[in-house]
Write a protein that binds this ligand. Sequence first.
Ligand code: IMP
Length: 435
Amino acid sequence: MAEHAAVVGTQWGDEGKGKVVDFLTRKSQVVVRYQGGTNAGHTVVVGREKYALHLIPSGILHSDKTCLIGDGVIVHPETLVRELGDLRKRVSKTARLLLSTKVQLIMPWHIARDGIAGGLVGTTKRGIGPCYADATARRGIRVMELDSPKHFKGRVKYEANWNKRLIKAMADSFGLSSTDLKGLKLSSVLNHKKVAEDYLSQFRELKELGVEITDGSAFLWEQDRVGKKILFEGAQATLLDITHGDYPYVTSSHPTIGGLYIGAGFRPRKIGVTGVAKAYSTRVGNGPFPTEIDDSVAEGLRSRGNEYGTTTGRPRRCGWLDLVTLRYAARVNGLDGLAVTKLDILSGIKKLKVAVAYKLGKKRLVNYPADVKKLEKCQPIYKTLEGWDEDITGVRKLKDLPKAAQNYLKFVEKDTGVPVAFVGVGPGRQQMIKA
Ligand code: IMP
């Protein structure tokens, strides 16, 4: 039995997981995405080239690997065709790509419904919540259904009619104006004949692009049996988990480690779980963010760290590192190691604040509260650490980091009880320290 690896986000996403995955991919033969959909955005930088991936596992850039989009992922076929087509134009040889049969399809009405109702949470408007909701309500359409065009057309017709009534009711209840309705382009969203034809043709294109439709769970079982190493690439992050995140300000999948077992249909016996944490905190979308700051330090983090959403381009909210959330992520995911990314972005800040607990009224909380209402009232209790001025982007060994940077990492390790395994010091593939 091979020893496998998983990479999960510990904060609110955008921790730089793609880069850690890219690094760990070298030791694996198979790379798997197991949850989420087109809401994810992983940026991998190779040389001067930047690749923004939404659905395809980051391992796609390694031509000797196999990538699997597992059953827990939800797929928008048009986006997948575009993403893979673009990659093929830029990269001479990409990895083998498998798409699992039980994957649920993001349909145009999911995107329309997200457009109407996603405002409270500040979703990416990619149809994620409505697609998972339909899957749970047992009315979702799955990849395997594309294999029987007649059946698929019938399913699309039925769902389009249902969604026509649903969207009308939603539009009434949300008080949408005629201009809002126009923006939703409902006539094409609900045109079942066109939708079915488009999806069937995209399915053919995917096959022409070499995507293999398979039973992902059976594939992983066999790979494990013959000793291949598998890397599981999480999207989004712990605090966005539908169960363990800041509900309702969450995504609709399970980015925590439990999502791996369901989404891959496979339980690795031996697995090392690396939690990725940015050296500070960011969040896109609404919801509590105890260590959020809105001053020149935040501005500096945003501009130096290019903190704008890969998927939506929205400016990310920025703040200090929050160890209460990291300890929580360590517990929920059973982390074996931490990858601290973007440490270089902190260079030049004289004093670095790190939240070690929260104050709620007169109480000191050391555990992340489950109740968002309480969380919104929490004030961070900070420990202030010394900063450093040096440019660390060229450093490749821990001992060569400035003492203050080493102390920052040691503090994180001691507080979370999780060893730091990797440190990111720049966006490039090589700008990574292995501890
Ligand atoms: P949804 O996943 O589009 O439904 O959005 C739900 C929440 O998760 C929103 O706050 C989004 O901004 C956030 N979110 C979803 N995907 C990502 C991601 O990949 N990175 C960061 N935030 C995300």
